[in-house]
Design a protein around this ligand. Structure first.
Ligand SMILES: C[S@@+](CC[C@H](N)C(=O)[O-])C[C@H]1O[C@@H](n2cnc3c(N)ncnc32)[C@H](O)[C@@H]1O
Ligand SMILES: Nc1nc2[nH]cc(C(=O)O)c2c(=O)[nH]1
Ligand code: SF4
Ligand SMILES: [Mg+2]
Length: 210
């Protein structure tokens, strides 16, 4: 089948409960909630995306003909030494439009722990080691996982709409837009009042890494 990948790069996971951990990011091209074109943003289900996921022209991106080819590229991008397990974060765009059993097997065979960042519209395949769901609208198909990371505030979705599902951690991430400071203050206030929610920041933006 093959995979369309925007970019593959080595960085620190910036968000969520794995923040600070070295990882190879594999950003798949394409999303089912926005075309990626500016002129479509106002009518997209997800209208606040901070990411360019269109095409295959980023660093390390391309079209990969097989799971082994893509896993080879991810392995070549890992720069860690020592015994700590290798870590790959599959993101996008919407990675679950493309991630399949063959890719999970190929990355595991190379010793990678696999995390996914998904919008929750597609049921994840078996075998992913860390599932982060960041819902954008209801209904939510993926209703269990390791962390639920809600971008806040979201006029389509409030925290109460996504509590009581099967997630180990509930996280609020301030929406990065022209109101980022106010969004951060609102997220802080919400977590102070609702301690079952935790604040997560996009650390990579604050330290100037990808
Ligand atoms: C670019 S998305 C790709 C993965 C998947 N499509 C998703 O939405 O989870 C990666 C993460 O960035 C978050 N994100 C996107 N735009 C954001 C913004 N403007 N402010 C804060 N977080 C944002 C998403 O909610 C998601 O958790
Ligand atoms: N450093 C870093 N951490 C991230 N965590 C989730 C990201 C994403 O875009 O999926 C992301 C990203 O783009 N960069
Ligand atoms: S669902 Fe994820 S990749 Fe798609 S537009 Fe929204 S934040 Fe961006
Ligand atoms: Mg990002």
């Amino acid at each position: 089948m093959g995979y369309a990948v925007k970019e593959v790069f080595y960085t620190l996971q910036g968000e969520g409960m794995n923040a600070g951990r070295a990882a190879v990011f594999c950003r798949f091209a394409g999303c089912n909630l926005w075309s990626g074109r500016a002129e479509d943003r106002h009518r997209a289900v997800c209208g606040f995306c901070d990411t360019d996921f269109v095409g295959t022209n980023g660093t390390g991106g391309g079209r990969f003909g097989s799971a082994d080819d893509l896993a080879d590229a991810v392995e070549a991008t890992w720069r860690g030494s020592g015994a700590a397990p290798r870590f790959a974060v599959l993101t996008g765009g919407e990675p679950l439009l493309q991630v399949d059993d063959a890719l999970i097997r190929a990355l595991h065979a190379k010793g990678f722990e696999i995390a996914v960042e998904t919008n929750g519209t597609i049921e994840p395949p078996e075998g992913i080691d860390w599932i982060c769901v960041s819902p954008k609208a209801l209904p939510l198909v993926a209703r269990r996982g390791d962390e639920l990371k809600l971008v806040y505030p979201n006029p389509r979705l409030s925290p109460a709409d996504v509590e009581g599902l099967g997630f180990r951690h509930l996280l609020l991430q301030p929406m990065d837009d022209t109101d980022a400071a106010a969004n951060t203050a609102a997220a802080v206030a919400f977590c102070l009042d609702n301690p079952h929610w935790r604040l997560t920041l996009q650390n990579h933006k604050h330290v100037g890494i990808r």
